[in-house]
Design a protein around this ligand. Structure first.
Ligand SMILES: NC(=O)c1ccc[n+]([C@@H]2O[C@H](COP(=O)([O-])OP(=O)(O)OC[C@H]3O[C@@H](n4cnc5c(N)ncnc54)[C@H](O)[C@@H]3O)[C@@H](O)[C@H]2O)c1
Length: 310
């Protein structure tokens, strides 16, 4: 476990990290344990596309935490089903008697350009990411509401902002940002916080899942369609992401709720909340003729669209 200086920040708190058998989730589980939290290490053990199951990887991380003197149990349920979500939450209650922290991190990728995307590519991304956040939050929230405390950190992605070849993943991830804002409002009145991150880290999901598949997808439509992935991204470590996530679970961020952060390598940042950048009003509403008269210059601002052919 990473060594931290001073008093542990999360002594005896009980935390769940989904998808903690590898990558970012593993780093989050290790740091939570180093800070004194008891951890449920959830992982179904899928491949990078979200297929298959390997029961051993969650237990491996839990055993690593225990060997270092921490407290951890493994859970191998899928976040993508209601039963799975319920069992993951129940595992914390059964093993440690309570729940304080929920980190939703489990995920997979299926990059494909939209005209090749299958129903299964779509459904699997919505299930593991968007529904996979709902299933755990749904069963954690009555506990948090009752005890009037709790912290949730969700995992969105910069892909949600629009990312070539990632329609299903982007849609699910941006859904998580909306879910975060609303859960922050639903539970904030009970002293429960819910924030989201858009992480960057050189994990297998990035290397095998995104970089390679994006190269293939780019080849479908031509090299100019999307910029190549920047090599410096590959230096970003999961541990860089874990620090911000665990900090969001501590009392140092007791006033932070409903916000979205970017984190990776040397960077931490706060996202703005969206608002209209230009608003026009017309008595009686708008019709096609009046919209034609103002033209896209007035509403859009005459910006050249970089995604259209030049
Ligand atoms: N790595 C990046 O740069 C990056 C960027 C943006 C977002 N993310 C997000 O961060 C999260 C972690 O990704 P990572 O890069 O560490 O990937 P990873 O592949 O290393 O880890 C993801 C883990 O989730 C598990 N998992 C998959 N489906 C599951 C399910 N149904 N139930 C339980 N566990 C399941 C996998 O077995 C795997 O161990 C994901 O949500 C991903 O979308 C990562």
């Amino acid at each position: 476990m990473p060594m931290q200086q001073g008093k542990p920040r999360l002594q005896d708190k009980v935390a769940i990290v989904t998808g903690a058998g590898r990558g970012i989730g593993r780093a989050e589980a290790m740091l939570l344990a180093a800070e004194g939290a008891k951890v449920v290490v959830n992982d179904l053990g899928t491949d990078v596309l979200g297929k298959g199951a390997d029961q051993s990887i969650a237990e491996k991380v839990a055993a690593e935490i225990r060997a270092a003197g921490g407290a951890a149990v493994a859970n191998t349920d899928s976040v993508a089903s209601m039963e799975g979500g319920q069992r993951i939450i129940q595992t914390a209650v059964d093993a440690f008697g309570r729940l304080d922290i929920l980190i939703n991190n489990a995920g997979a990728v299926r990059p494909k350009v939209i005209f090749h995307m299958t129903e299964d590519d779509w459904d699997s991304m919505i299930s593991v990411h968007l529904k996979g956040h709902f299933t755990t939050i749904r069963f954690a929230s009555p506990i948090f509401r009752e005890q009037k405390s709790g912290v949730i950190v969700n995992t969105a992605s910069e892909s949600g902002l629009g990312h070539f070849g990632q329609a299903s993943y982007s849609a699910a991830k941006e859904g998580i940002v909306g879910l975060t804002r609303t859960v922050a409002r639903d539970l904030g009145r009970y002293g429960v916080r819910c924030n989201a991150i858009r992480p960057r880290a050189a994990t297998r999901l990035f290397d095998e899942g995104v970089a390679d598949a994006m190269d293939r997808a780019r080849a479908t439509v031509g090299p100019a369609a999307a910029p190549a992935i920047h090599q410096s991204d590959l230096q970003d470590k999961p541990e860089h992401v874990a620090a911000l996530v665990v900090w969001l679970c501590t009392d140092a961020t007791a006033n932070v709720n409903g916000r979205t952060f970017v984190v990776g390598g040397n960077l931490v940042g706060l996202y703005a909340e969206p608002e209209p950048v230009r608003s026009l009003y017309r008595e009686g509403g708008w019709d096609l003729d009046t919209l034609d008269r103002i033209g896209s210059q007035d509403l859009i601002g005459g910006v050249v669209n970089e995604f259209l052919p030049r």
